[in-house]
Design a protein. Structure first.
Length: 320
């Protein structure tokens, strides 16, 4: 197997953003090709990429993801065009609906009709990033006379974060590919055909949570807390019900609903943690990540969640 792309989630846990320069600059020499940011409750999605574009100009830069609710369509288009102009041919815009927790509870916005909002935003962005003047009434918002003031010579690809079939097919049909997370390597075999049903040659980016060189008990304890935090969110629960994990997560969901957080964590089977969280010796972690590629992921993106200095972990997980 030949790995063409090997990504890393930024900013890194631990060092402050300004202190990550030297390590980011080292990534291309280690074999990393991409850095991908996110936007939830920490840094915004674009600032870490702007810094990385200067610190390591060989890297491809991507957002995974920017929520389509928390930035207006025109603001999202402006941010994307600015990054694409700053890093010509090296920027990928990843958008998604995010979740009701981030949109409603943290930003005070309505999480209505996520499929339509994603579809409408894709259609708007394709026109805006080409520099078109837009006056259009979409199902979920209306644009009246927006004229992009910055148009990159190379418009960035636009990927859509997707979980279940309808959104995965939308990512393949109207986007340039899909961004996925919280799935096992074997789950990719169910997900990838849905994306490719929308068109050939689509990119599939997977954020993969990794704890290298951490003992199994510690890794599983961290993994259980992460799994419980995500799999009790409606969109992720529905995703794993579709993937066939209803029975495996039934105990966790029941205990969580009853308010017993300790029992919810204990109800998550070891085998599920081991499927969704990559842990163990670094060499074994790398082999596990490569199985995602074998199953159909085009761009694996490592998200380090282990405590401690990220530098040795990043070097140990570099592609071979």
């Amino acid at each position: 197997m030949t790995v063409k792309r090997w990504g890393l989630t930024v900013p890194l846990l631990g060092p402050s953003l300004a202190d990550q320069r030297d390590l980011i600059a080292e990534l291309p020499d280690l074999g990393y090709t991409d850095v991908w940011s996110s936007e939830a409750n920490a840094t915004d999605a674009f600032t870490p990429l702007a810094l990385a574009s200067v610190w390591a100009p060989q890297l491809r830069l991507g957002t995974a993801i920017v929520p389509v609710y928390t930035r207006g369509p025109a603001t999202l288009a402006m941010s994307a065009a600015t990054m694409a102009q700053a890093a010509p041919g090296r920027f990928v815009l990843g958008i998604g609906t995010s979740s009701n927790v981030i949109v409603e509870k943290w930003n005070g916005l309505e999480f209505d009709e996520p499929y339509k909002r994603a579809r409408d935003t894709l259609r708007f962005l394709h026109a805006a990033l080409r520099g078109e003047k837009i006056t259009q009434e979409y199902d979920t918002f209306t644009i009246d006379g927006f004229v992009p003031g910055v148009v990159a010579e190379t418009p960035p690809p636009v990927l859509l974060a997707a979980l279940r079939p309808s959104m995965l097919r939308l990512a393949g049909r109207e986007g340039d590919g899909a961004i996925v997370n919280w799935l096992s390597a074997e789950d990719v075999r169910a997900v990838a055909p849905q994306v490719h049903a929308g068109g050939d040659g689509k990119e599939i980016v997977a954020r993969i949570f990794v704890l290298p060189d951490v003992d199994a008990d510690t890794a599983r304890a961290i993994g259980r807390r992460m799994i419980a935090a995500y799999m009790t969110v409606p969109v992720y629960r529905a995703f794993h019900e579709w993937l066939g994990r209803t029975e495996e997560f039934a105990g966790m969901w029941k205990a969580w609903t009853e308010g017993d957080r300790k029992a919810a964590l204990e109800a998550i089977p070891d085998k599920v943690v081991d499927q969704l969280i990559v842990h163990g010796p670094a060499d074994r972690c790398r082999e596990h990540i490569e199985r995602y590629v074998d199953a159909g992921v085009t761009t694996p993106v490592i998200a380090l969640v282990a405590p401690g200095d990220p530098a040795p972990m990043i070097r140990a997980l570099a592609p071979r």
